[in-house]
Design a protein around this ligand. Structure first.
Ligand code: A2P
Length: 300
């Protein structure tokens, strides 16, 4: 059981619970209860984002969970349309007001992509290429949020190694985490090794393969689950934790929310088996808006 298992985050000696509840695609009408159930089951970490369109309800769930604020770790994310430095502070204020909180434990730049106003003729977002090719002005505005006390840590999401190298060379505050897709079909071992060497914590979104949790059907995952007398979801979640990665499984189903929190101890051999199985898939992303946005997100 990893009840309370946590990693170090940032440079101020703070901890981040290793398993957090994901809230992407959790509908209004379902998510307040999911968050409450999670907190009552022992989760102390909830992962949110403005673009999920449900932060008001997530806030209700946090309140109904009945745990003091300082015992919780709450993350949210700056949406692409808010990258202009003057918009960053107001975007955070809106998220805080929706969640009913006065600070976040972690605020992430959701994508290394900035949207300008309006849409193109073929209905793609109007990309702000200046703030996309150089995210540093947006990052500087996020650094100011730490100084204001409204966020304890700042980080990034969906950044490749070259994009991290570029940002790290200029950042006054180093990103504490990079939240990316990590699962059996998108294990990204080079990124995992780079992150460990460069002291940035990774967080796994879509750890079960996203909607419908297709990776639960994998025969290697099923075999290991059987050996531990547990469910395939626990194998996939515990594998990320064993890799030193914060894992953010999403569910709105109370029984799944509860059982996903049961971390199992995988042996070194089992971890190696999962890495080997993952290598057979290469990098098969389930989340890739490159085409829809007209931006080469993963190429540098
Ligand atoms: P639901 O929210 O209806 O319970 P990911 O975390 O990779 O994004 O996966 C989310 C998907 O996996 C959702 O469809 C969620 O369904 C489903 N899911 C979450 N936990 C489990 C579980 N323990 N067993 C089966 N499906 C699960």
């Amino acid at each position: 059981m990893s009840l309370g298992k946590a990693f170090n985050v940032g440079t101020k000696g703070l901890k981040i619970p290793a398993i957090g509840l994901g809230t992407w695609k959790s509908s209004p009408g379902e998510v307040a209860n999911a968050v409450k159930v999670a907190i009552q089951a022992g989760y102390r970490h909830i992962d949110c984002a403005a673009i999920y369109g449900n932060e008001g309800e997530v806030g209700q769930g946090i309140k109904n969970g009945g745990v003091p604020r300082e015992q919780l770790f709450i993350t949210s994310k700056l949406w692409n349309a808010e990258h202009s430095p003057s918009r960053v502070g107001p975007a955070l204020d809106k998220t805080l007001s929706d969640l009913g909180l006065d600070y976040l434990d972690l605020y992430l730049m959701h994508w290394p992509v900035a949207f300008g106003e309006g849409r193109t003729k073929d209905d793609k977002p109007n990309i702000d290429w200046d703030l996309t090719n150089d995210v540093h002005p947006t990052w500087e505005a996020m650094e100011n949020l730490v100084e204001s006390g409204k966020v304890k840590n700042i980080g990034i999401s969906n950044f490749t190694i070259p994009k991290m190298e570029k940002l790290f060379s200029k950042a006054k505050i180093r990103p504490a985490v990079n939240q990316v897709e990590l699962n059996l079909q998108c294990a990204q071992p080079e990124l995992v090794a780079w992150a460990a060497k460069n002291d940035i914590l990774l967080e796994a979104y879509s750890p079960l393969g996203s909607t419908g949790a297709p990776q639960l059907e994998d025969p290697v995952v099923q075999e290991i689950a059987k050996a531990h007398n547990t469910q395939p979801a626990n194998v996939l979640i515990s594998w990320q934790v064993a890799r030193g990665i914060v894992c953010l499984p999403k569910s709105v189903t109370p029984d799944r929310i509860r059982s996903n929190f049961e971390d199992i101890e995988l042996s070194k051999e089992e971890v190696a088996k999962l890495e080997k199985q993952a290598a057979t898939f290469g990098t098969k992303r389930t989340v890739d808006p490159s085409e829809g946005w007209g931006v080469k997100i993963w190429e540098d």
